[in-house]
Design a protein around this ligand. Sequence first.
Ligand code: AMP
Length: 216
Amino acid sequence: MRIIIFGPPGAGKGTQARLLEERRGLTQISTGDIIRTAMKRETPIGKEAKAYVEQGELVPDTVVRKLAEQAIADEAYDDFVLDGYPRTIQQAEWLTEFLTEHDTPLHAVVSLQVPDEVIVDRLSKRRIHKETGDTYHLDLDPPPDDVDPSLIVQRPDDQPATIRNRLSVYREQTAPLEAYYQERDVYYAVDGVGDIEAIYTRITTTLDDIPTAAGA
Ligand code: AMP
C-alpha cells in the first residue's frame, strides 16, 4: 500500500507512521528524519539544509525531491508511508509524475486534523532521544526513568519562535495540498486528537475501507 500521512507539524505524523511501519509493514519515509541524519553526518545536503531547518523554513524543493524519490525507489515503489513529503504543490506534482511513471499511484492521503492550540502544546513539550530518535511528550508520554536524561533533548526547531514560523509555513505552502489531493479522490480526513492508539485505529479503519487497497 502507498500512502501519505499528512498534517501540520506536531499532528502526530511521525508517531503514526512508525506504528504503520511496525504493524502493517509499510516503510516510514520521513524526509525530516533523512534531513536530520544528513545534518548530523555533515553531508553536503545536510550542510545545505541546516539553516532552513533551524529557522523552520522549508528546504528547497529540488533537494528534498531527490531524497524522497531515492527513498521511494529503495522500497521498490510500494509499501511505504510518506511522512512530511510532499510539503509544497511543486513537490506534490513531482510525486504524482514520479509514481505515475512507475504505475504505482497513491492509495490514500490521510490528513490528521489537529487544532493549533493542541499542536503548540505537543511541539513545545516534545522531547526526543538523541540516539534512538524516540519521541516523548513531557506530560502525556514522558521518557521512562531508566533512560539517561542527558540523552533527552528538544529539537532546535521545537523552540516557540520556530514553531510559530513552521505553522505559518505550513499554512501558506503545505495546507493547499489538501485541495490538491481532494481533487484526486485520495484524500481522507482523520481526527488527530486523542490518544495514540485511538488515532491509529481511526487511521487503519479508514485504510481498510478503501476498496482498491483491500488486502494490500
Ligand atoms: P519534520 O521532521 O517533518 O517536521 O521536518 C523537519 C524540517 O525538515 C522541516 O521544518 C523542513 O525544514 C525540512 N523538511 C522536511 N521535509 C521537507 C519537505 N518535504 N520539503 C521541504 N523541507 C522539508
